[in-house]
Design a protein around this ligand. Structure first.
Ligand code: DON
Length: 565
């Protein structure tokens, strides 16, 4: 099932890029990417991006096209009923921004809404059914991106998705796997069952054409009226009626008031590489920069591979701890971001790391977890002018909460579970949080999604991945590997290991640790746990400024495709 490594490589020197490469910092500013590239989790979505680039769209138009196409062909992972982060780089002036389209808690949400009178958690309330859904952000991001940063009309960028929804596409293995996993939930929602199950409620066969006429109509409404086509009028009325009929608390006002927020990306430095990454309400950027700052003080050249991995694991442990304690929605809480990103703070953290011994997490103050798979999606885009988009979007779990309000074609997210629904309660990814991430009306839940750009004097990389709590450690490993000179194809297939502070163990994929590393790390006191499955679905684009070579690589764990043209 985990078959295709799609990588396309095109080489050719781009005029001026050598001189640009010599310029320190912002090396690529004046350079022109030789070719455009798209890497996403499914070929039809990569092709949608390519189609829009070839019609004269820029990377931001293509981002709309890919995200919308993924909403149709990869509904397990993201969609109009979800949200995410769009990290953008404009090449002409080096301007960088992040469109925060994270879902917001409904206005009637309250801190203890998933607890019973005795203060106990109500099973599955924050994951199944409309009560678990936050107000979606993705449709608002489409209009915003197209209007403010795109070159083409929104209507044009949405066309490939509308076509895919109306004409259908053949069911593929991973989507079928998602349907099987969520069948018992999907069957409870008439509209969802109509799209994803057979007439008698079973899982359709591979190759069955999945058509989504109602989703096509909703996309059409957005194409014709912009965000209003979703957040107001008949679609909004159907969404609210459906949510409330299923026990949810959305109102028309909640939808009408939803706005994306533009946030300044976090910028850090690691061994001469400039790292541009997602600010809160993502926890990813802070944890990534914190880890890199800790690691920058170790000399990896003089240590063996087990010690190197030990240092990386210890950095993960400390960064994930800070995530649990300090982070949440910046519009609601104050966070010591400058401190967490500072090299002095990292030096303090580094000083507590011994070269020969794991530090038990209980000596730091924690969490319990099982890394999850691929129910979020990331894609990377680079256009021929050098503009970039790193986009991670989600509905949280497979098919979100599995509920589709009648007449909308829209599957709802269950992003409310990313809040700390009860102090100390681990969410589905085992992540705990404290009051910084407690539920409040209109608040955004803390995310791990970490769309990131890495730029060195030699080249740049656009990177990101799904995988719940493991997103951050994947992007960390990818960044370290890129700075070490690894190519895109090797970065996406690199075997993962992961530590998230609590539970205090290192989960690793088959092949991530050699026998001797396992022996050495165990002797240092690490608790190692071989995962019975892989995680992540990384999509990477790299561009070498000197040669002009552009590579787009899609994780072989998935079925995606990287296209360069
Ligand atoms: O925003 C977050 O961190 C989560 N909702 C992401 C969920 C995810 O990656 C699921 N995939 N495996």
């Amino acid at each position: 099932m985990w078959s295709i490594l799609a990588i396309a490589i095109l080489t050719g020197a781009s005029p001026g890029s050598r001189a640009d490469a010599a310029r320190p910092g912002g090396a690529s500013r004046a350079a022109v990417a030789h070719k455009g590239a798209v890497a996403s989790a499914y070929p039809l979505a990569s092709q949608a991006g390519q189609e829009i680039l070839s019609q004269g769209g820029n990377a931001f138009d293509a981002a709309v096209a890919v995200a919308a196409a993924l909403a149709v062909v990869e509904p397990t992972s993201s969609g109009l009923g979800g949200g995410g982060f769009f990290l953008l780089h404009r090449q002409t002036d080096g301007f960088e921004t992040m469109i925060d389209a994270r879902e917001k808690a409904p206005g009637a949400a309250s801190r203890d809404m998933y607890l019973d009178k005795a203060g106990n958690e109500i099973p599955n309330a924050s994951t199944n059914g409309p009560l678990s859904a936050a107000i979606p952000g993705e449709p608002a991001a489409f209009e915003y991106l197209a209007r403010k940063y795109g070159k083409l009309p929104l209507k044009q960028s949405l066309q490939p998705a509308i076509r895919l929804a109306r004409e259908g596409f053949p069911l593929y293995a991973r989507l079928q796997f998602g349907i099987k996993a969520k069948r018992d939930i999907l069957v409870r929602s008439l509209d969802a069952a109509k799209v994803f199950l057979t007439a008698d409620g079973n899982v359709p066969e591979i190759g069955t054409v999945i058509k989504q006429p109602e989703l096509a109509n909703t996309l059409d409404a957005i194409a014709n009226q912009g965000a209003k086509g979703f957040y107001e009028g008949p679609v909004a009325a159907n969404l609210v009626a459906g949510v409330r009929a299923g026990g949810g608390i959305w109102t028309l006002e909640d939808l009408k008031n939803y706005r994306v927020v533009e946030r300044k990306p976090l910028v850090g430095e690691y061994h001469g590489a400039r790292i541009v990454t997602a600010p809160p309400p993502s926890s990813g950027g802070i944890a990534l920069l914190d880890s890199l700052n800790i690691l920058a003080g170790f000399d990896f050249h003089d240590v063996d591979s087990a010690t190197r991995k030990h240092f990386i694991i210890e950095a993960m442990r400390r960064a994930y701890r800070d995530r649990a304690i300090f982070l949440g929605d910046p519009d609601f809480i104050k966070m010591p971001l400058q401190q967490l990103m500072s090299v002095d703070y990292a030096a303090g953290q580094r000083s507590s790391i011994r070269a020969d011994k794991a530090m038990p997490s209980e000596l730091l103050p924690g969490i319990e977890s099982e890394p999850k798979g691929m129910n979020t999606t990331h894609f990377s885009v680079l256009d021929a002018a050098g503009n970039r988009a790193a986009v991670t979007i989600t509905v949280n779990l497979f098919f979100g909460n599995g509920y589709m309000p009648a007449g909308t074609g829209v599957l709802l997210n269950n992003e409310m579970d990313d809040f700390s629904t009860k102090p100390g309660r681990p969410n589905v990814f085992g992540l705990i949080g404290n009051t910084a991430n407690s539920i409040a009306p209109n608040k955004r839940s803390l995310s791990s999604m970490s769309p990131t750009f890495v730029e060195t004097p030699k080249g740049m990389m656009v990177i990101g991945s799904p995988g719940g709590s493991t997103i951050i450690s994947q992007v960390l490993l990818g960044t370290l590997n890129y700075v070490d000179g690894m190519n895109a194809a090797d970065i996406v297939k690199y075997p993962h290991y992961h530590h998230q502070y609590l539970p205090d163990d290192v989960t690793y994929e088959p092949g991530a640790l050699t026998d001797s590393e396992i022996a050495e790390l165990t002797a240092m006191g690490h608790k190692l746990r071989l995962s019975n499955r892989q995680w992540g679905n990384m999509q990477v684009i790299t561009w070498d400024f000197a040669t002009g070579k552009v590579e787009a690589a899609s994780d072989p764990r998935g079925e995606g495709e990287g296209l360069v043209y």
